[in-house]
Design a protein around this ligand. Structure first.
Ligand code: FEO
Ligand code: CA
Ligand code: CA
Length: 669
């Protein structure tokens, strides 16, 4: 059984089990950023008045050109008009008490799991049987704890699609029974390792707007695990910091894990962020980068060093193994034989994810958050321009876009407003420039492998845990979900500032950024708070100026847009803050209803809402339900999602008695 030292001691909003498993108890440790300067409120800031900035923002907005867009936003953007109105009409749900093991959708809608942990993907995949943990079987089945999700429709009739998702982490205590022997437990560890990574699964349906089912044995089905070969590319490929005993050239890493959020690119690939990689290693605490990335010489949270020596990075030849994680990876779901890539040009951190905006001149910008208390917000601008079309040459070109470019980190200035309608300007500080280091004392490869240290050196703004960072394909504005940071304003820590305004920030906030497009070297941006989350009527909350009732919301995490440009927000941590199950919310970002937040669904007890994907023209919303019943044990499960066998949520004899993280489709009845 796993040791759970954090029980009852969490500082944040999650259950103790989630803290332990997901981020190696990051909240119980000192925040790794010891470089934090005083918050920018304490120093002379170049703050402009709200009135001036609003006027300036208008001019800036006018200068924004239409972006090149893809997916659902394409048609409306091409027509040059858009509204906050989405074709998906629904009556909002009320928030659901945090004890309920139910999946709640609006009246007139239904929910169906498309695929669940352990479902067989290939012709030779064994059936799901958690009583017999088996690594080989798991590598042929859908992985655990689905997080980032996309459903990419692949034919004109709208009847075929590729489901792509991340499998972020595992929970040994509820997945498998206690082991009878040490040897059995080693197989459990190998099985857990195989449950990490990513999945690509073919879907089909009879008609547009219908219910998707997955196709076992389909040509594109793929599992990527903690052992799948990945090619390093970009300036740090082959760096001395990436070489190990097993990979003397520093060009080929095995596996990906801690894959959290991500983004689908306009050229049809999927980006995924390697987030809490540190918890998988036993490492030399004095090695370069260890302190800043939270690596210690304690036994790892996952114990993989017992079954794979490379996870004991204190051993000769493996010291650099942790440096081979913390990257943005890119996979091509249309080519199951392709070798996925780790992009060193995009820097190394606890990457939450990456989302791309392509401007009308082809400039490619990726926005990325480092999800740790007092860490930073980044952007990457590709050296080369996006090439339109699906020709072989265009595709080959676009697949290399993220291999070369420059990396920037954000510094915010601004001022507090009484009603939390804070706003200001900011600078993207270059960490690299024209393919060379822009940070004094750092080589190019040092900037990329130890990006946090380089960002410390240029005094970036410490943020309240940037999760998903996503540009609207309609307006180009970028939305930064800062999930929470209860250490904001604690002794010796940076205090509240305009961009992170809440002391002991437990509910999180969302920042809206506007910057010039068609300008690859844009270093100035304007920003304003879009939302300061909290319970209904809680002091200090702010909903983009909307003063009517809103749904209570806490801990924003993944975000997405619908075809009308409304922002959809999923949460992770509401049970610990506002005693509600996590959910999915919709909020207009423009028009009369800007800021009018409503709730669309709620996930079961102890689960986090991930994904989300909104195909509103198609009448469907998809979410990945992560860690349902997380605090249970094999003997005493807390959730039976999604295979409830009665309305009361009780299982019947002979069936699997526990939760299965699953991808869910919500449609009209
Ligand atoms: Fe895996 Fe930052 O959430
Ligand atoms: Ca997340
Ligand atoms: Ca997203």
């Amino acid at each position: 059984m796993r040791n759970l030292p954090m029980l009852g001691l969490t500082h944040g909003n999650r259950s103790a089990v989630t803290c332990n498993l997901k981020c190696d108890n990051a909240c119980a440790r000192p925040a790794p950023n010891a470089s934090c300067e005083p918050s920018f409120q304490d120093v002379a800031s170049a703050a402009l008045s709200r009135r001036t900035l609003l006027a300036g923002g208008g001019a800036l907005a006018a200068a924004l050109a239409m972006p090149v867009v893809h997916a659902e936003g394409a048609e409306a953007a091409a027509s040059g008009t858009w509204a906050t109105k989405s074709p998906l009409k629904f009556t909002p749900i009320k928030s659901v008490e945090a004890t309920k093991d139910t999946f709640t959708v609006p009246k007139g809608f239904r929910w169906d799991p498309i695929i669940r942990w352990g479902d067989p993907l290939f012709k030779n995949s064994p059936a799901f049987d958690p009583t017999k943990p088996n690594a080989k079987a798991q590598a042929l089945q859908f992985g655990y704890n689905n997080d980032y999700l996309d459903i990419i429709v692949t034919n004109r009739a709208g009847t075929e699609a590729l489901l792509v998702c991340n499998h972020e982490y595992t929970n040994r205590a509820i997945m498998f029974p206690p082991s009878a022997s040490d040897a059995d437990e080693l197989e459990v560890l190998r099985t857990l390792k195989a449950a990490h990574g990513m999945a690509v699964v073919e879907l089909k349906r009879r008609r547009r707007g219908g219910k998707w089912t997955y196709v076992q044995g389909a040509r594109h089905n793929r599992r990527i695990t903690a052992d799948t070969p990945f090619r390093f590319d970009g300036p740090a490929a082959g760096s001395k910091f990436l070489k190990t005993k097993a990979d003397k050239d520093g060009v080929l890493a095995l596996g990906t894990f801690g894959n959290c959020a991500g983004g689908t690119t306009p050229w049809g690939t999927v980006l995924s962020g390697e987030e809490n990689f540190n918890g998988y290693f036993k490492a030399d605490p004095n090695a370069r980068g260890s302190k800043r990335y939270g690596l210690t010489d304690a036994d790892s949270s996952y114990g993989w060093e017992k079954v794979d020596p490379r996870f004991d990075a204190t051993k000769d030849g493996y010291q650099n193994e942790p440096n081979r994680f913390g990257w943005i990876v890119e996979i091509d779901p249309t080519d199951p034989k392709s070798t996925p890539v780790k992009h060193t040009a995009m820097g190394r951190m606890k990457h939450e994810g990456a989302n791309i905006r392509v401007d009308s001149d082809g400039t490619v910008v990726a926005y990325m958050g480092d999800d740790e208390r007092f860490d930073y917000l980044y952007k990457f601008v590709a050296k080369n321009k996006y090439r339109k079309g699906d020709s072989r040459a265009a595709r080959k070109h676009n697949l290399k876009l993220l291999s070369e470019g420059d990396l920037f980190v954000a510094k915010f200035t601004g001022e507090m407003q009484e009603d939390n309608a804070n706003l200001g300007s900011g600078t993207w500080i270059p960490l690299t420039k024209n393919g060379k280091s822009a940070v004094k004392g750092f080589s190019h490869e040092e900037v990329l492998v130890f990006t946090r240290e380089a960002a410390d050196a240029v005094k970036a703004t410490p943020m309240d845990r940037c999760e998903d960072v996503e540009p609207s394909l309609k307006t180009g504005k970028v939305y930064v979900a800062c999930t929470n940071n209860t250490n904001r304003g604690a002794d010796g820590k940076p205090g509240p500032d305009a961009a992170n305004p809440v002391k002991g920030n437990k509910n999180g906030h969302i920042i809206e950024i506007t910057e010039r497009r068609n300008q690859a070297d844009a270093t100035r941006f304007e920003w304003n708070l879009f939302m300061v989350c909290g319970d209904n009527g809680e002091a200090g909350t702010y909903f983009a100026g909307w003063d009517g009732p809103v749904a209570p919301i806490s801990c924003p995490d993944n975000v997405a847009f619908d075809s009308a440009g409304n922002l959809w927000i999923s949460t992770d941590g509401q049970p610990g803050t506002i005693s509600k199950n996590d959910g999915l919310f919709r909020v207009p970002v423009a028009g009369k209803e800007r800021g009018h937040l409503v709730q669309f669904l709620a996930v079961p007890v102890e689960a986090e809402t991930c994904g989300p994907v909104v195909h509103d023209k198609d009448g469907s919303v998809f979410v990945a339900v992560q860690h349902p019943g997380e605090d249970g044990t094999w003997e005493e499960q807390h959730s039976y999602f999604p295979d409830y066998l009665s309305k009361a949520g009780k299982p019947v004899k002979g069936n699997w008695r526990g939760p299965r993280p699953s991808v869910v489709q919500v449609t009209r009845k």
